[in-house]
Design a protein around this ligand. Structure first.
Ligand SMILES: [Zn+2]
Length: 381
């Protein structure tokens, strides 16, 4: 079986942007890369053929959701959530830390031991510890797994945030030791917390580097809010990011601008649920050639009545399956009629758009033109 590895192909001369390859047992991931989210072992409305059609290289499943349903026993019997959903490429799982802290109705009770919570499905009581998160993720069998952490909202009281930060360090250590003990071939990423606090974020990253986790994940609300806050957050640690480990931004926000600013600061791979969620509500991405700018966030609302009789594709330059075969008028009709095909076609377009952007970014880094590409996308009005 091919071992996990990370190799830089080209570093941008002026910034921390880099093109690289993550090797996994289920294939290579060329980075910078986007990972669509398959929360419940499904990228909503897409089957694995569709996922391939969008040029996706990897998908990210959710530990909390899959643990509760269908349950680890069933997924274990299949050999992991990838075979369960019929996906043959690389996979990632998060640790469940985010969901047990943030999901509505889970009523978490956090102690140093772990997180006790109520299932949002049937109210049953559960405990996830750093050790059990490693066991669950072993059954889910993704190539990349995450340490168990306790993220808190940025507006939580300082005392609570400090407590969660210290607890997360202990939980990461326990995750790491248990991962070593069960001799998992999966690559465990430590999660950098500390919100916007420079000292805490640096301490958190140094801790992960001291333990020699195979990869680094960036967590916390400040990674998902806006391009400005994400940039500020990344600026606190960018000088410490090493060349020999991949960096994953968990739930990266900020759209196209957030993606470009994060890659400039050393992010190799990221996931995000809004790319697919927006598609289902009719918010579709457009390229600069279609009039996409930083101001309109490179997207428009296809459910608006002005698209009712528009025979053009969503984008005139997009090579996705949807744009090659269907008009804006038809997809508008499907979306406003709540036809499930609308969700599928819109999702195919949005994911392909982000993957095309990743291709362009990778090429630009390899041709020493990252800044040219960035200004082509962001400096228009
Ligand atoms: Zn398209």
């Amino acid at each position: 079986m091919k071992k996990f590895g990370f190799k830089i192909i080209k570093k941008d001369e002026k910034t921390k942007a880099r093109s690289a390859v993550i090797h996994t047992a289920h294939g290579d991931i060329k980075t910078p890369a986007f990972s669509p989210v398959a929360t419940k072992a499904s990228v909503k409305s897409l089957d694995p053929n569709d996922i391939k059609l969008t040029k996706s290289q990897v998908v990210l499943g959710n530990t909390y959701h899959l643990y509760l349903r269908p349950g680890t026993k069933i997924i274990d019997d299949f050999g992991g959530f990838a075979p369960f959903m019929g996906w043959s490429g690389p996979t990632i799982t998060d640790s469940g830390g985010y969901q047990v802290s943030f999901l509505r109705g889970v009523k978490p009770k956090i102690t140093d031991k772990g997180a006790t919570f109520r299932s949002h499905i049937d109210g049953s009581k559960h405990l996830i510890t750093p050790e059990s998160s490693m066991e669950i993720q072993k059954s889910l069998n993704a190539d990349i797994i995450m340490a168990f952490d306790q993220p808190l909202p940025s507006n939580a009281p300082e005392k609570k945030k400090k407590e969660a930060f210290i607890r997360t360090l202990k939980w990461e250590e326990r995750s790491f030791l248990h991962w070593k003990k069960i001799k998992s071939t999966q690559a465990l990423f430590g999660i950098v917390q500390g919100d916007l606090d420079k000292d805490l974020r640096r301490e958190s990253l140094k801790f992960i580097l001291d333990f020699d986790f195979p990869g680094i994940a960036l967590g916390g609300e400040s990674i998902g809010v806006s391009p400005q806050i994400t940039s500020q957050t990344l600026d606190t640690i960018v000088d410490l990011l090493p060349d020999d480990k991949p960096v994953h931004a968990l739930g990266l926000g900020g759209g196209v601008e957030g993606i470009l600013e994060s890659i400039e600061r050393g992010v190799d791979i990221f996931d995000n649920t809004s790319v697919t969620r927006m598609a289902r509500t009719g918010l579709l991405f457009i390229y600069p050639e279609d009039g996409g700018t930083r101001q309109n966030k490179f997207r428009y609302d296809l459910t608006k009545s002005k698209f009712k009789d528009n025979k053009n594709p969503i984008s005139k330059v997009c090579n996705c399956y949807t744009c090659q075969n269907f008009s804006s008028s038809y997809i508008h009709h499907l979306l406003v009629s709540n036809e499930i095909l609308g969700a599928r076609l819109a999702t195919i377009h949005n994911i392909t758009f982000i993957n095309n952007l990743m291709d362009k970014i990778r090429n630009s880094i390899e041709n020493s033109e990252f800044q040219v590409l960035k200004s082509h996308w962001l400096n228009r009005s």
